[in-house]
Design a protein around this ligand. Structure first.
Ligand code: 5GP
Length: 223
C-alpha cells in the first residue's frame, strides 16, 4: 500500500521553498537538518562573490566566483535571480541548478534574501513558497551571532545594523515562524513542506490514480 504513496509522490509538480531569516537565527543549521531528513528535498547552491568563510565548502555551501566570473554569468542570463547584498557581496541562483532538480520531480530549498524571493515569486508565482523565521529576541540573535565565531565584531555590528531593515519584509512571506531552537523550527517547516506537497494542484498523479479507483468500481473488482 505504501507503494501507492511513493508513486503519487513521484508524479508531482516540484515546489521551491525559499527560507529567509536575519543572520544568526539558525537558518543554515535548520536547512541542513531538513535536507538530511528528506531525500526529495535538494539545496540550490548559490553563486556568490563574497569570500569563503572558515568551514564552508566550495560547491556545497556556495559556488565562489570572482566579480568577472559573476558578470559573465549575468551576461549569459544564467541566473534565475541575482542581487547585490546589503553586506557587499553579490549572490545569484543558477537556472541550471534549479532546473536539474525540478525536472526530476524534486523540491528545492533556497537560502536567499527578500529581493531574491520577490524575483522568484514573479517568475513562478504558483511554485514558490516563502518562509520567514524570526528570532525569539534581538538579544538572543546577537548571542547566537557571537557564538558562531565566524565573523569579526565589526561584521557582527554590521549584520545587527541591518537586522531591522531585513525584518521589515516579514509581511511579504507566506509563512512566518519564530525559531526558538533548531529542532522546533525544523519540525514546523517540515509540516509546511508536507502540507504544500499535498496541495491538489501539485499532485499531478491524482487524475490517473482516481481514474484507477473509478475503474476498480466499474469493473466490480471490489466485490
Ligand atoms: P551569507 O553571506 O551570510 O551566507 O548570506 C547573506 C545573505 O544573502 C542571506 O540573507 C542569504 O539568504 C542571502 N543569499 C544567499 N544566497 C542567495 C542567492 O542566491 N540569492 C539571493 N537573493 N540571496 C542570497
Amino acid at each position: 500500500m505504501t507503494d501507492i504513496l511513493e508513486q503519487l509522490n513521484k508524479v508531482r509538480r516540484g515546489v521551491m521553498f525559499v527560507i529567509e531569516a536575519p543572520s544568526g537565527t539558525g537558518k543554515t543549521t535548520i536547512i541542513k537538518k531538513l535536507l538530511a531528513e528528506d531525500k526529495n528535498l535538494k539545496f540550490s547552491v548559490s553563486v556568490t562573490t563574497r569570500a569563503r568563510r572558515e568551514g564552508e565548502v566550495d560547491g556545497v555551501d556556495y559556488i565562489y566566483v570572482t566579480d568577472e566570473q559573476y558578470d559573465k554569468l549575468l551576461a549569459e542570463d544564467a541566473f534565475y535571480e541575482a542581487v547585490d547584498s546589503l553586506y557587499g557581496g553579490r549572490y545569484g541562483t543558477l537556472r541550471s541548478e534549479v532546473d536539474s532538480f525540478l525536472n526530476v520531480g524534486q523540491d528545492v530549498v533556497f537560502d536567499m534574501d527578500w529581493l531574491g524571493m520577490e524575483q522568484m515569486k514573479k517568475k513562478a508565482p504558483n511554485d514558490v513558497v516563502s518562509i520567514y523565521m524570526l528570532p525569539p529576541s534581538i538579544k538572543e540573535l546577537r548571542r547566537r551571532l557571537e557564538g558562531r565565531h565566524t565573523d569579526s565584531i565589526e561584521k557582527i555590528n554590521k549584520r545587527m545594523s541591518v537586522v531591522l531593515e531585513k525584518m521589515a519584509h516579514w509581511t511579504e512571506y507566506d509563512y512566518v515562524i519564530v525559531c526558538l531552537n533548531p529542532e522546533q523550527a525544523t519540525e514546523t517547516i517540515r509540516k509546511i513542506i508536507t502540507a504544500e506537497r499535498l496541495k491538489r494542484v501539485r499532485q499531478t498523479g491524482l487524475k490517473a490514480f482516481t481514474q484507477s479507483l473509478i475503474d476498480e468500481v466499474k469493473n466490480g473488482e471490489h466485490a
